[in-house]
Ligand binder design. Sequence first.
Ligand SMILES: [Mg+2]
Length: 266
Amino acid sequence: MNNLNQPLKELDPNFIRRNIKVITFDLDGVILPKGTFVKESVDGTEVIIKTKKLSPKMIEMIKELKKYFWINFSSGKAMLYLQHMLSDILWDKVSLCAENGNFILINGTIKQVVKYNDKYFQKIANIRNELKQLKAKNPRSICGFEPKHLIITVYTIKKIPAIEAIIKKHDKEKELYCLWTNEGYDIGHKETSKVNALRFLVKELKIKPSQMITTGNNLNDKEMLAYGIGVSVDSHRVSGKYAISKKRGILGGEVLATYLLWAMKS
Ligand SMILES: [Mg+2]
């Protein structure tokens, strides 16, 4: 792909008005400030999860955007969490994609869009168990697991090579990714990315990928940004056709929402 990371002002308002039907927002780092805090007790019987919430301004902008677009959210988070986080703007013209493209909630139904065999589940379980043992030995640097169905998300205070070594040991087939997210690691199947759920979404809404704006700030957004009209909010980490340069105190998703509303009304 050529001409990556063009400034947002190059995205033609006429093109937006005529072609764009769907906006896919990533959550963390795009419409929510980064910084999930997970703390799990040593025996795993207690989990505390703290996250940020949508700003009142962003809630209003999303409600306004829904007049013009279908709004989709795509995250590595679990579906339960997304429903909880986004409750202020649910449900009309909204869909949710969870666990990096594994699940979609659309039109009242949750769909698992990727199937795995028992071997995958067993491998993930074995890895999780060994990570738990590692956590018991390193309770200060490994904070805990975020509850999920199909991927593993382990929160750490820094990069831990022993985690990557555990994945390598169990994954002889080399079918897993192990992505550092700045807050820990996402571990899942290499053939599944956020695009899997987006493919389901475009079929369901009967649109083309080029009629959807996608956003992202991290490596787990790479495929999704290349799939639609990608707008990166952190072009040093991941590229999109367009990029929003970082401004202190303003989230990239808010800059994009403001721009889209301006385009629709101008
Ligand atoms: Mg993100």
